[in-house]
Design a protein around this ligand. Structure first.
Ligand SMILES: [Zn+2]
Length: 454
């Protein structure tokens, strides 16, 4: 009887939810046979009953239209459509132009430079892209504000600049599937003998996520990889070189036999995933349905306690969420500050009346700009946002003098520190590095928190 009860209990217990995303950066506007590759993949997957996400470059969408490839457009439309930048590799790519701009100007410039491709995809495919991912490693935190303005709710890619325990997260008000580490995987499409290795790795990832209570795995390819042996942009835009369209050179192509092998490996890999119990294959457009909303109300005292211990994310709350709650504001999203300031306030204490004035000022700033202030004024001196947060967290709300505290921003550990390697990409100039973008990324990490599955 006892055993039966246990068995019934086990049967009734829902298995951990494991979601799988298969996506294709559809970017090669130089080599026409890459259009056929996109068509073939889209049709093969459709026959299998698998829906993938095709992140399309703006110029690629326009080229498909110009070449009259309505067959490709129609086949891709059976899947989900994301966005992969306006022209991908024509210099300057996003990290290059955003590196020289701050948060606000960088977001405006991102929207100006990348907006046309979004409008063209809307016109050609009839949908607003479900997600964005940068070309190569050409990342900048300003893109999150730009994407919100362009109506794109998710960021899906793999690069090293920001992450949260190898699972999806919220950052800059955008749902990210990014830096999944061991949960990012692919089968080597050049070697059928390695397929077993890839499926075993997938099974291990599923087992790992089952232990964690669920999660997300993803795989990405480029249709062009299935017809070419080198990247179209590596040929035409290596290390920052500009090539005029009239001078574009095609990449070296695979033989027909080699191409057939790549399609076969992809399908066998996806078959394995499709057969794996408990795994649901979804598209980027479904991401917002499987995760809890970004803003979850938090108890004010619990928020203050966390900030007193460490200025860090707590459960589904970012450090910004906790600061907003500690200030007594209703739950709401605010961007991170635009700059890092050192406190100029020199005394050890702030008299209650002046402290309250500064607190109200911080509230006014957040309400007006939907952004955290980089510093908070107390008379003619100010505290950095970190020191203000620590001071506020330790304040009992009644003492005549408020003790000034130093704040350390624990959440910054989630941002990469190697400004060279993080941006290493065959299309960026050899010497390119962007410490400025990582610094803005750290400031924006006030908004970082794990995304919780429903
Ligand atoms: Zn790409």
């Amino acid at each position: 009887m006892r055993l039966l009860c246990l068995l019934l209990l086990a049967a009734a217990m829902p298995a951990a939810d494991i979601y799988y995303l298969l996506w294709f950066d559809t970017e090669d506007y130089v080599e026409p046979t890459s259009d056929d590759a996109a068509l073939r993949i889209a049709q093969d997957l459709e026959k299998m009953g698998v829906r993938a996400t095709f992140k399309i470059v703006g110029e690629k969408a326009r080229v498909l239209e110009k070449r009259g490839r309505t067959d490709v457009i129609r086949a891709l439309s059976q899947h989900d459509i994301g966005y992969h930048a306006e022209n991908h590799s024509i210099p300057p790519p996003p990290a290059m132009y955003m590196k020289h701009l701050g948060m606000i100007e960088g977001a405006q410039e991102f929207e100006r430079r990348e907006g046309q491709g979004v409008r063209d995809i809307e016109r050609i495919f009839g949908v607003t892209p479900s997600c964005y991912g940068q070309p190569g490693s050409s990342w900048g935190p300003q893109s999150t504000i730009g994407l919100r303005r362009l109506g794109i709710p998710a960021y899906m890619d793999e690069a090293s600049q920001v992450g949260f325990e190898n699972q999806p997260f919220w950052y800059g008000g955008i749902l990210h599937v990014f830096r999944l580490g061991m949960f990012n995987m692919r089968a080597d499409i050049n070697d059928e003998a390695k397929l077993g290795e890839a499926t075993a790795k997938f099974d291990a990832a599923v087992a790992g996520l089952n232990k964690r209570g669920g999660g997300v795995i993803h795989t990405y390819y480029h249709p062009t990889e299935f017809v070419a042996t080198e990247f179209w942009d590596g040929v035409n835009f290596p290390r920052g070189r500009y090539t005029a369209p009239a001078d574009y050179k095609p990449p070296r192509l695979r033989t027909r036999e080699s191409s057939e092998k790549t399609y076969r490996i992809l399908l066998r890999f996806v078959e394995h995933i499709k057969r794996t119990p408990g795994v649901r294959i979804i598209t980027a457009r479904q991401l917002t349905q499987i995760f809890e909303p970004a803003i979850v109300p938090v108890d004010r005292e619990a928020a203050q306690r966390q900030l007193r211990q460490s200025i860090d994310a707590m459960g589904p709350h970012s450090a910004a969420d906790l600061l907003i709650a500690t200030l007594g504001l209703p739950p709401q999203y605010a961007d991170g500050p635009t700059q890092r300031k050192e406190s100029t306030y020199s005394a050890a204490q702030i008299v209650r009346g002046l402290f309250e004035r500064g607190r109200r000022d911080a509230i006014g700033y957040i309400e007006r700009f939907h952004r955290l202030p980089s510093h908070v004024w107390f008379g003619s001196e100010f505290l950095s946002l970190a020191d203000f947060t620590a001071t506020l967290a330790h304040d009992d709300g009644a003492s005549i003098q408020v003790e000034v505290k130093k704040g350390t921003l624990a959440f910054e550990r989630h941002i990469a520190t190697d400004a060279r390697r993080s941006f290493d990409w065959a299309i960026h100039p050899e010497t390119f590095e962007a410490p400025e973008l990582l610094e803005l990324g750290r400031l924006q990490a006030w908004t970082l928190k794990p995304a919780k599955l429903k």
